[in-house]
Design a binder for this molecule. Structure first.
Ligand SMILES: N[C@@H](CCC(=O)N[C@@H](CSC=O)C(=O)NCC(=O)O)C(=O)O
Length: 277
């Protein structure tokens, strides 16, 4: 693993690291914020999964999360959103290929050799973090934005016991019924929609739900709200009588101005779960 940068930040360290990924068969870069408490021993961690077109860098520089995480003594990890590099398949559309991994393991050509973001985020990167940094693997929580909100919700519901809490900013909530989903799931997983179901938060909510608290924020002026389908997840959540707070924030759009506005709420929400019994 190579250290690309380390900067003192809110009394802790914001680092950027690169490593050879066996899941993605290429070099992967991630950001990791460690609060001051990490000098004394392992700290809880909040995962932040980013959206379409993002690298590890967008949320790290625009979400304003480090100050709130420092107050709570929580680490933040910012993975990339896809494998990258010259030998890695790509597409001219911004919402497919590099920058658009959708947090699945691709089974279809030309994506299958590298596009294994599910294994990367669920298995490889957590193991590396616990081994190489002062991270407490028993206290993990997860959040994300848009495509990353989809990733956060689907990982949390598919991996019971892994995450104590899950939240999302403007998540893609019902990708099997949206152009932000059908296009990518058919490209990466093929046309058999049975294989898509474990990657749809609304379907997962109906089938299994989440054993912990959920917080979701979406802006009423989100330019992509028809693609996000927040109503599908809200409906499934209510039908299941799942513990959840689903908020529609008046006037907010899809941007990081929205994400950063509600970041304090989300970090505080996760801190309560991470420091609870
Ligand atoms: N380029 C596209 C939209 C790209 C976009 O808005 N990406 C969002 C995530 S969307 C869902 O996953 C984002 O986080 N962008 C990075 C940023 O720093 O804002 C278009 O223009 O339509």
């Amino acid at each position: 693993m190579e250290t690309l940068s380390e900067n003192t930040c809110f009394g802790g360290v914001q680092g950027v690291y690169r490593h050879a990924s066996s899941a993605c068969q290429c070099d992967m870069t991630f950001g990791l914020f460690l609060p001051a408490e990490a000098k004394d021993g392992p700290v809880p961690v909040l995962w932040y999964l980013s959206g379409l077109t993002c690298t590890h860098e967008n949320a790290m520089t625009k979400a304003g999360a480090q100050g709130w995480a420092a107050e709570q003594g929580i680490a933040l990890v910012f993975p990339d959103t896809s494998p990258r590099g010259e030998g890695v398949a790509d597409h001219e559309d911004y919402d497919l290929g590099q920058g658009a991994g959708f947090y699945v393991n691709a089974t279809q050509a030309p994506w299958a050799p590298h596009f294994n973001m599910w294994d990367y985020v669920a298995e490889e990167l957590p193991a590396l973090l616990v081994e190489r940094f002062a991270i407490d693997g028993d206290r993990q929580a997860i959040t994300g934005h848009s495509m990353g909100g989809h990733g956060a919700l689907t990982l949390a519901m598919n991996l019971p016991g892994r995450f104590r809490s899950v939240s999302a900013f403007a998540p893609i909530s019902n990708p099997t019924a949206s152009d932000w989903g059908r296009k990518q799931l058919s490209a990466y997983l093929g046309d058999d929609e049975a294989a898509w179901a474990k990657h749809d938060a609304s379907l997962l909510m109906k089938e299994k739900g989440f054993d912990g608290p959920i917080l979701i924020d979406t802006g009423t002026n989100d330019q992509f709200i028809d693609l996000l389908r927040p109503e599908a997840l809200a409906h499934a959540t209510a039908e299941r009588r799942q513990q959840a707070t689903n908020r529609l924030q008046p006037g907010y759009d899809h941007s990081y101005f929205f994400v950063s506005t509600f970041m304090e709420d989300h970090v505080t929400f996760h801190a309560e779960a991470l420091y609870g019994d």
